[in-house]
Write a protein that binds this ligand. Structure first.
Ligand code: NDP
Length: 473
């Protein structure tokens, strides 16, 4: 008998994904470069379903039903190209190669184009949810051809997380769209985590609260608008006590946040597209700042305010509101970036559908995503989520608290780049006129870059070095 689908690359993610397919009744071909992983999988979990192990790639491909469906779950990068080449050489037109790793969307575009020439569908697929998600139901973001989704979609939807009976998997768009959306998902995850960290830091410094007390605050927040996986696990991490020292876990961890690169990719792409994803950028840079011990050591003696324990309990509710408002901004920016890329690359991504498949399985899963979906349902052409009636109302209700939080942070010297930049973005978009007019005037002065007028059509230039009279450019 042949397998319905194959998984090659059986480390944490691939193994659990293969088990997920098997537990859902699919016969799964399994392969890994070093055979020991394949053997271990079959030995430990063979009883969960039908696994067809192969020691070499040719047998693996031969064990798949036609059209063949093979998922690659190897370390993203050069390895992926090598595995794609091996598979493609053994496949025939109509077969499907799915890359479930965290590939850069430009690599996916390149690979898709090359395989399309050979008649093979290349399906760059974002998979979120980590180890547990892969096993119990991830959020799945497949790109590639629509035709390949016809064949793969039902299988992916059946192994994905389900929320209210709706699978957290849907067709995203052609070529690199799936990996792009996964990248922005990760960028938003950076931003969410940064805002949570700022909330914790500010409350801890300003109130002199303990991590355990703050765990309780996050637990309460998780009952309301902020209900989400990340808020839930924040309470658990803050509650954790180090067994060796008896100190709070957060106090024994070196405060250096690492990154594997998807946040950076998101910001790089946003710079190319000209989309201000300030929330994600600040989160990436905050991690970078934490990772510069020499500079931090050199700056340690710099002057700052010596205020702490300065705020009253009302700060807790203010911070909750600032966190919610900043989160709305971060998501608005991320969705803008997806919209911009969709336009640039002709993907036609359904933004509401992306909010739908992020409701479960993935790291940013949250009740909040239902509201984003509702916003796009109400108006699929929404220019920014901030303008949605529901979100506009939430921002209006939160904005005073948000300003108090940023003011307090500035006053006591606790950095809140996420809160501050989100507020600046909100104020920037909301303003009638920005000082961009002055910037454009300066550009016209030194570079004759011209400007447009508020009261008539055309491009103009002032002869700054001469008579300072305006001319039509
Ligand atoms: P790793 O990223 O640790 O990769 C290890 C796997 O890649 C092993 O099976 C290894 O084979 C294989 N591999 C590496 N290089 C090659 C090569 N040149 N040829 C063939 N096989 C190779 O595994 P993970 O399970 O953590 O992740 C798999 C993919 O999923 C990655 O792209 C990752 O970014 C992505 N991902 C991971 C998440 C996570 O939470 N870990 C979440 C979402 C996506 P061998 O055993 O022979 O060394």
């Amino acid at each position: 008998d042949l397998a319905d689908i194959g998984v090659t690359g059986l480390a944490t993610m691939g193994r659990n994904l293969a088990r997920n397919f098997a537990r859902n009744g699919y016969a799964v071909a399994v392969h890994n470069r070093s055979h020991s992983r394949t053997e271990a999988l079959v030995k430990e979990f063979g009883g969960e379903g039908t696994f067809l192990p192969s020691e070499d790639v040719a047998d693996f491909v031969a064990s798949l039903k036609r059209p063949r469906r093979a998922i690659i779950m190897v370390k993203a990068g050069a390895g992926t190209d090598a595995v794609i080449d091996q598979l493609a050489d053994l496949m025939e037109p109509g077969d499907m190669i799915v890359d479930g790793g965290n590939a850069h969307f430009e690599d996916t575009r390149r690979r898709e184009a090359a395989l399309r020439e050979r008649g093979i569908h290349f399906v760059g697929t974002g998979i979120s949810g980590g180890e547990e998600g892969a096993l119990l139901g991830p959020s799945i973001m497949p790109g590639g051809s629509r035709e390949s989704y016809e064949a793969l979609g039902p299988m992916l939807e059946s192994i994905a997380a389900q929320v209210d009976g709706v699978p957290c998997a849907t067709y995203v768009g052609p070529d690199g769209a799936g990996h792009f959306v996964k990248m922005v998902h990760n960028g938003i995850e950076y931003s969410d985590m940064q805002l949570i960290a700022e909330s914790y830091d500010l409350l801890r410094q300003a109130l002199g609260a303990t991590p355990a007390e703050l765990a309780q605050v996050f637990r309460e927040w998780n009952q309301g608008d902020l209900e989400s996986y990340l808020i839930e696990i924040t309470a658990e991490v803050l509650d954790q006590v180090d067994a060796e020292t008896g100190r709070p876990f957060v106090d024994v961890v070196v405060d250096r946040a690492e990154q594997k690169g998807t946040g950076r990719w998101t910001v790089q792409s946003a710079l190319e597209l000209g989309v201000p994803v300030t929330g994600i950028a600040e989160a990436v840079f905050a991690r970078a700042l934490s990772g510069h011990p020499a500079q931090r050591e050199a700056a340690r003696g710099l002057e700052g305010p010596s205020l702490s324990g300065v705020a009253g309990k009302e700060l807790v509710e203010d911070v909750r509101q600032a966190l919610y408002a900043s989160k709305i901004v971060a998501y608005a920016q991320g969705f803008d970036q997806i919209a911009a890329a969709s336009k640039e690359y002709g993907w036609d991504v359904d933004l509401g559908a992306m909010a739908t498949i992020w409701r479960g399985g993935c790291i940013i899963r949250a009740r909040f995503l239902d509201r984003i979906r509702a916003a796009y349902d109400a108006d699929p052409t929404l220019a920014t989520l901030l303008a949605d009636e529901g979100f506009a109302g939430a921002l209006a209700a939160a904005q005073e608290a948000w300003r108090r939080v940023v003011t307090t942070a500035v006053r006591i010297g606790v950095p809140t780049p996420g809160f501050s930049s989100a507020l600046a973005y909100y104020d920037g978009l909301r303003r009638d006129r920005l000082p961009a007019a002055l910037v454009q005037g300066l550009r016209d002065y030194f570079g004759a870059h011209t400007y447009q007028r508020v009261d008539k059509e055309g491009a103009f230039h002032v002869d700054w070095s001469g008579d300072r009279v305006e001319h039509t450019a």
